[in-house]
Design a protein around this ligand. Structure first.
Ligand SMILES: C[S@@+](CC[C@H](N)C(=O)[O-])C[C@H]1O[C@@H](n2cnc3c(N)ncnc32)[C@H](O)[C@@H]1O
Length: 346
């Protein structure tokens, strides 16, 4: 399969983006390789920059990401962002870094039909059914970002659940994003903290779910993708130069332990999502760092599933939403030299 330059298969004339600079590049790369997924323990993983990210990209994981997207939307009361955009004050150029299945970008394209939305990812796993103003691009965000007029002067740059993607989110994502925003533009990160907290005392040391999270946190450090960064985002935004920085933290119960109906339902949904994701979160990380086989991992997950479902221990995760504005007077978003290290997903 060859990558194509738009998702819906219609003429490029329908689009406002300038694709010319991708065309030369597309002739010179091994384009099929982005679909030549790495296979490991019955799951598939991204081919572009293979090995950089440790969660699978197969249909099971894409379905879980879509479910997770809907749950996070419930937490945000149906919103996709907290930054101050609206129908009256829409963004015109939006970038979603590490877009995954692309649900957020697609929703934003529907909400703001006049805006141009680009979603980037290592995996070409986005839906084919996209509004004409949404485009997906295969790109490693830890590389220098692509150049050209399409890649600067953004009104809005967004990340969501990029836990385990970066060795240093400040230098790899937040600073480049600041540079590519137009003066007055906004960045927003919606990230899970990846540390368990508890409402009724310390979590017992022998709780298998807690022990599993500790193992995953340790494995992420070992592969240089530290996952517990969400609480640092506010400071990183300010260090990068953002002003009007806001932080909002939401509790996500890991199962149906809360009494309040809405929180209970949220916990039940999160429990289902976590249960569906346990294998995905574990296989590559524990295989690559601890040499565990698929069978050993599945056996260890039996206890993890049991304690994940235990409603006597009131465990929750924290979900951070941080957003900030590039100062009006800052004009650092100038077109960059064009780099041809980007492939359109198709
Ligand atoms: C947990 S998923 C989240 C996807 C999406 N933002 C969401 O909220 O559903 C993380 C995504 O980051 C992508 N990713 C990981 N490292 C990346 C990198 N260096 N550059 C671009 N995307 C990356 C993965 O391929 C994966 O699709």
């Amino acid at each position: 399969m060859n990558p194509t330059f738009n998702q819906s298969g219609t003429s490029l004339d329908d689009y406002k983006f300038s694709f010319e600079y991708y065309l030369d590049y597309s002739n010179s790369i091994q384009a099929d390789s982005i679909y030549d997924f790495h296979k490991e323990n019955g799951r598939t993983y991204h081919a572009y920059r293979a090995g950089a990210y440790h969660h699978p990209n197969d249909a099971t994981e894409v379905e879980r990401l879509d479910d997770q997207y809907q749950i996070l939307k419930i937490i945000l009361d149906g919103r996709n962002y907290l930054a101050p955009f609206s129908r009256e004050k829409p963004p015109h150029k939006v970038l979603d870094i590490a877009t995954g299945s692309g649900s957020w970008a697609i929703d934003l394209g529907d909400e703001f039909p006049e805006a141009q939305i680009i979603g980037t990812d290592l995996s070409p796993i986005q839906s084919d059914l996209v509004p004409p103003n949404v485009q997906f691009v295969i790109d490693d965000a830890t590389d220098e970002w692509p150049g050209g007029n399409d890649w600067c002067n953004f009104d809005f740059i967004h990340t969501r659940v990029t836990i385990g993607c970066w060795s240093d989110m400040l230098t790899q994502v937040i600073r480049p994003a600041f540079e590519r925003l137009r003066p007055g533009g906004w960045m927003e990160s919606q990230e899970l903290m990846g540390i368990l907290e508890c409402d009724n005392g310390p979590i017992p040391e022998n709780n298998a779910f807690k022990m599993w999270v500790d193992d995953i946190v340790e494995a992420c450090i070992e592969v240089d993708r530290p996952m517990t960064f969400a609480a640092s985002l506010k400071k990183w935004y300010m260090d990068a130069g953002f002003i009007n920085v806001h932080e909002k933290v939401y509790k996500i119960p890991i199962n149906g332990w809360p009494r309040i109906r809405k929180l209970k339902m949220l916990g039940q949904l999160w429990h289902a999502n976590l249960s569906n994701g346990l294998a995905a979160f574990s296989y590559a990380l524990l295989h690559r760092t601890k040499g565990m086989s698929q069978e050993e991992i599945e056996i260890s997950l039996l206890d993890v599933r049991r304690d994940l479902a235990d409603e006597r221990v009131q465990i929750y995760e924290s979900f951070y939403v941080v957003y900030g504005q590039k100062p009006e007077g800052d004009s650092s978003s100038t077109p960059q030299p064009q780099l041809f290290d980007t492939i359109m997903a198709g």
